[in-house]
Design a protein around this ligand. Structure first.
Ligand code: ADP
Ligand code: MG
Length: 285
């Protein structure tokens, strides 16, 4: 049995009014009020156009970036309150990160087993922590028996799954994966998706996948669209929904927005089964 909380079993993730502003040459508002709840053991895709804030959100969830405002919880820890050393420790033990581009996660001249061993070191010897042997982790990602192969001998799809194995090595409660299928053909993508589903089903890991690929989002079951630094919409089991934010706002779908100028006035009418928005007639009606 695994220890309760954030070790091994899936971690709950909560973002409350998350804001991030990059201060480089001028200010860039990358996140402008993200509210998000991800249940323990849930699997979710973050989708959305380039520049919408997906990677920034993942960096905040990973504890790699401190947000300008708002709160983030992973398991029972509030990341936004932890001092740097405790944040680094949490990253090594509770949060698995798979960066975009498989090779950035791996040492190419070492074997798969050795890469996993290195990734397990931050969590090794922690009280109550049972680490899976590398062979078991490789089995989860569909690379059983490949432990002695060097990373630079693997095909692209295998490398991406090796990167997942590395992210999984310390048995994290939360696995964050940035664009795992972007450089793969269809069969490589299917293998990565299968590996993610196996990890989630067998380890109970909470899995967050950033993807450009709408189909990946659909196949993971829950797809949250990030638009202009906010949660714009959410797809669940093939249906699209608008999402009510904590500040009372709802983003309309782009195709709806295209029909109205900014500043358009609407009446909000309550009906028996919901709410209707009606634009004011510009001729005074
Ligand atoms: P996505 O991953 O959805 O493409 P990002 O989170 O990378 O989006 O970027 C969101 C916004 O923040 C973009 O406008 C991007 O140009 C800007 N941005 C990202 N990283 C930095 C940075 N280090 N410094 C300044 N601006 C940045
Ligand atoms: Mg990105």
């Amino acid at each position: 049995m695994r220890a309760a909380g954030t070790t091994g079993s899936g971690a709950t993730v909560v973002c409350q009014r998350l804001v991030h502003i990059y201060q480089s040459s001028g200010e860039v508002v990358a996140l402008s009020g993200v509210d998000l709840h991800i249940g323990a053991g849930e699997m979710l895709a973050l989708v959305g156009p380039s520049g919408s804030g997906k990677s920034t959100l993942v960096a905040v969830l990973a504890g790699l970036l401190r947000p300008s405002a708002g709160r983030v919880f992973v398991g029972d820890q509030e990341l936004t309150k932890l001092p740097p050393a405790r944040l680094a420790a949490l990253r090594g033990r509770t949060i698995g990160i798979v960066l975009q581009g498989a090779d950035r996660n791996l040492l190419p001249y070492l074997t798969l087993e050795r890469n996993i061993w290195l990734a397990q070191r931050p969590a090794a010897g922690l009280p109550g922590r049972r680490l899976d042997p590398p062979g078991r982790i490789l089995e989860l990602v569909g690379l059983a028996g490949a432990g002695r192969r060097r990373i630079d001998e693997l095909a692209p799809g295998e490398r991406q799954r090796a990167a997942l194995a590395q992210g999984l090595a310390a048995n994290p409660g939360l696995l964050l994966v940035d664009e795992p299928t972007s450089q793969l053909d269809r069969s490589g993508r299917d293998e990565v998706l299968a590996a993610l589903k196996t990890i989630n089903a067998e380890q109970g890991t909470t899995v967050v996948v950033v993807t450009h690929d709408g189909e990946v989002g659909t196949r993971l079951g829950r797809a949250v669209t990030i638009r202009d630094g906010r949660v714009g919409a959410e797809g669940r089991d093939g249906r699209d929904y608008a999402v009510l934010a904590a500040d009372g706002t709802i983003q309309l779908p782009p195709e709806t927005l295209a029909g109205f100028a900014p500043g358009t006035l609407f009446t909000v009418d309550h009906t028996a089964d919901g709410v209707t928005l009606r634009p004011r007639d510009p001729d005074g009606g």
